[in-house]
Ligand binder design. Structure first.
Ligand code: C2G
Length: 133
């Protein structure tokens, strides 16, 4: 069984996220999503609309997602890859190059983002003014 892992906040879940998860799952048989906790998001400078448990419920309802685990810190990726015996680490290409250190432990793939959509764009258009994250 080929195991895939990806990481993210997935707030205000949208089709760009779904495109990423669908392509990530197509690379193997089992997809783990490491979901940023509310506390870790603050470290990332993000304030989520949906709390962790709500974002987790949404992700668990997606057919491509097999398991959701918490992402609590930047440094957990190597231990996650080892613990879950991951074959491929996947991220959108806005992160291109940032996680190449994982190539020592698994395949690393950066997939093209869905360009026209983002959580920030949704917030800006709904609120009618610029939010920074
Ligand atoms: N994504 C995408 N297309 C979009 C928006 C997001 O492909 N239009 C991808 C991102 O590239 C990422 C995933 O969806 O791979 C989740 O995006 P975010 O929730 O914004 O994740 P991020 O805040 O970048 O967190 O340790 C890694 C971090 O937790 C990544």
């Amino acid at each position: 069984m080929k195991k895939i892992i990806t990481y993210g906040t997935f707030d205000l879940l949208h089709y760009g996220h779904i495109n990423l998860l669908k392509r990530a799952k197509s690379l193997g048989d089992y997809l783990i999503v490491a979901l940023s906790t509310d506390e870790f998001n603050l470290e990332k400078g993000k304030v989520c609309y949906f709390k962790y448990e709500e974002r987790k419920k949404l992700l668990e309802a997606i057919r491509y997602v097999d398991l959701v685990i918490p992402e609590t810190r930047w440094e957990q990726k190597i231990s996650d890859v080892k613990e879950f015996k991951i074959d491929t680490f996947v991220m959108g290409d806005d992160w291109k190059g940032k996680f190449d250190f994982l190539e020592e432990y698994c395949e690393v793939q950066y997939l093209p983002r869905t360009p026209e959509i983002s959580t920030t764009k949704i917030k800006n258009e709904l609120y009618g003014f610029n939010v920074d994250k």
